[in-house]
Ligand binder design. Structure first.
Ligand code: G16
Length: 543
């Protein structure tokens, strides 16, 4: 086999964001663009001999082309064996599981998660380390540093591998193993949850609707919910992964999962509704006529995890990203376990999970997970909910109402202002930073600002520091506003404004969320001058 060494030009725009490198497909199609980044990964990780790598993606446009290139480059960079999902398909949590189960050096995931796909959409690539989790900052920084000075990459001159045929092929010294994307993942789920109890629940006529959003979870959901657990045929909708996600936006929020939301609020609503995103790591949960805010879902799962076999001994600790609502803190407090606050990005949970400091963690952005893998896991969250529903024999509405009655309610919403000019977004954030001190003590409507800070995380395991992770404005009442710029968008900048107000058990817990947050919403505009600086009078997405 011939290994070619190809001359290339270093680039300055390959800094991984919140979750890997995400760019327009057209950018990735430019000469050497993908190759530069992949070589930077291989050079940064310095693979030990006999390493196995996992490769797969969410099936979006450019997935298979990118996989062929990665396989040829893996062979040229001395990898011994690669596990690839059939047709190049693997969900992000399934990759995490495979890395851990087969002791791999890591995995390469091709996905831009919830971002739209297709020739004019987005593509992405991220490296997961040998613990199964997103590469920590030290590794992504090393990849970025190499990408800025790279001058050549290595690739084997061989024909493409047939990604459709399950089995083994040789690319010279490297074995490529095409595997069923679902079976290892399904086995793990069966080991965590009470499948018999969930089967009995469906046998009573319990109905569910799962929206796979034309993305990766379709095959997983069909196999697990319908074929194995007995949910009615047709319970999983939009189940075939499509390269352009059917022209839809595979972001499971009330705006983009409209088909599911309309169904759950309609006359024929199912008992339980859920959706996942492009690469299968996020989830949203609905009951008949009710949407469960992701932060509430995280708190409820933590409070009830002991009802599933895997967590019957209880959870040892919990964690949430900083902008996620503090509902889970109240649960942790009651359980007498620590609750860690990390920056946005799943990679920050990795050390806590590896060190055994937490069992469960999650984020407002619809990600929940546990120590079973090192990624957030959409199907896992749905199964934990089903397990809880099966054991308690309660409806989603009863579970959430019971929860608020026990802990009070953290009214919570995120307002996104998408596709803002980058310069304007940065000016808005630096304006906030410069006004940090003068804001303290000011009156904003009925609220008085108690503290303002720029969140900085000190990792309790390795001591690393992540600074400038978002501006927190905390009011004397305990209400909060957090401002930060998204690290996953590809169109200009996205400003995220996270709004939270706590109401204790003796107050009105049944307000409409935006109404409950009205005063905080106008305070946010006043404090950050959003409409003045962006010219936008409303957010583009409210979740
Ligand atoms: C990624 C990260 C999450 C983060 C989310 C949104 O999720 O893994 O930790 O919450 O992006 O990040 P941002 O607010 O910076 O856009 P995913 O599902 O896109 O990989």
């Amino acid at each position: 086999m011939t290994i070619l060494t190809i001359k290339t030009q270093a680039l300055s725009d390959q800094k991984p964001g919140t979750s890997g490198l995400r760019k327009k497909v057209k950018q990735f199609q430019k000469k050497h663009y993908l190759e530069n980044f992949v070589q930077s990964i291989f050079s940064a990780i310095n693979c030990p001999e006999n390493s196995t790598l996992v490769v797969g993606g969410d099936g979006r446009y450019h997935n298979e082309t990118a996989i062929q290139t990665i396989l040829k480059m893996a062979a040229a960079n001395g990898i011994k064996r690669v596990l690839v999902g059939q047709n190049g398909l693997l969900s992000t949590p399934a990759v995490s599981n495979l890395i851990r189960k087969y002791g791999c050096v890591g995995g390469i995931v091709l996905s831009a998660s919830h971002n739209p796909g297709g020739p004019n959409g987005d593509f992405g690539i991220k490296f997961n380390a040998s613990n199964g989790g997103p590469a920590p900052e030290a590794v992504t920084d090393a990849i970025y540093t190499i990408s800025k000075s790279i001058s050549e990459y290595h690739i084997c001159d061989v024909v493409d591998v047939d990604l459709n045929a399950i089995g083994k092929t040789q690319l010279d010294d490297m074995t490529v193993e095409i595997i069923d994307p679902v079976s290892d993942y399904q086995k793990m789920m069966e080991s965590l949850f009470d499948f018999d109890a969930i089967r009995s629940l469906f046998a009573t006529g319990f109905t569910m609707k799962f929206d796979a959003m034309h993305a990766i979870t379709g095959p997983y959901a069909k196999a697990i919910f319908e074929d194995c657990l007995g949910a009615r045929e047709g319970s999983v909708i939009n189940s075939k992964p499509l390269p352009d996600f059917g022209g839809c936006h595979p972001d499971p929020n009330p705006v983009y999962a409209k088909e599911l939301v309309d169904h759950m609020f309609g006359d024929e609503a199912s008992d339980f509704g859920a959706a996942s995103d492009g690469d299968g790591d996020r989830n949203i949960i609905l009951g008949t006529g009710i949407y469960v805010a992701p932060s509430d879902s995280l708190a409820i799962l933590t409070a009830n995890a002991h009802l599933a076999p895997a967590y019957k001994e209880g959870v040892c600790g919990a964690a949430r990203s900083m902008p996620t609502s503090m509902a889970i803190d109240r649960v942790a407090d009651k359980l007498g376990i620590p609750c860690f606050e990390t920056p946005t990005g799943w990679k920050f949970f990795g050390n806590l999970l590896d060190a055994g400091k937490i069992t469960i963690c999650g984020e407002e952005s619809a990600g929940t997970g546990s120590d079973h893998v090192r990624e957030k896991d959409g199907v896992w969250a749905v199964l934990l909910w089903l397990n809880i529903l099966a054991v308690t024999q309660k409806s989603v509405l009863e579970i959430i109402t019971d929860h608020w009655n026990a802990y009070g309610r953290n009214y919570y919403s995120r307002h996104d202002y998408e596709a803002i000019d980058k310069g304007v977004a940065e000016a808005l954030m630096s304006g906030l930073r410069s006004r940090k001190n003068t804001l303290v003590g000011t009156k904003q409507g009925d609220e008085v600002v108690a503290t303002v800070d720029d969140f900085e995380y000190h990792d309790p395991v390795d001591g690393s520091i992540a600074s400038k992770q978002g501006i927190r404005v905390i009011f004397e009442s305990g209400s909060r506003i957090v401002f930060r710029l998204s690290g996953t968008g590809t169109d200009g900048a996205t400003l995220r404004v996270y709004l939270e107000r706590y109401q204790d058990v003796d107050s009105d817990l049944a307000l409409e969320t935006q109404t409950a947050l009205e005063a905080i919403i106008s305070a946010a505009d006043n404090i950050a001058e959003i409409s003045k600086l962006t010219g936008m009078s409303e957010p583009t997405v409210i979740s």
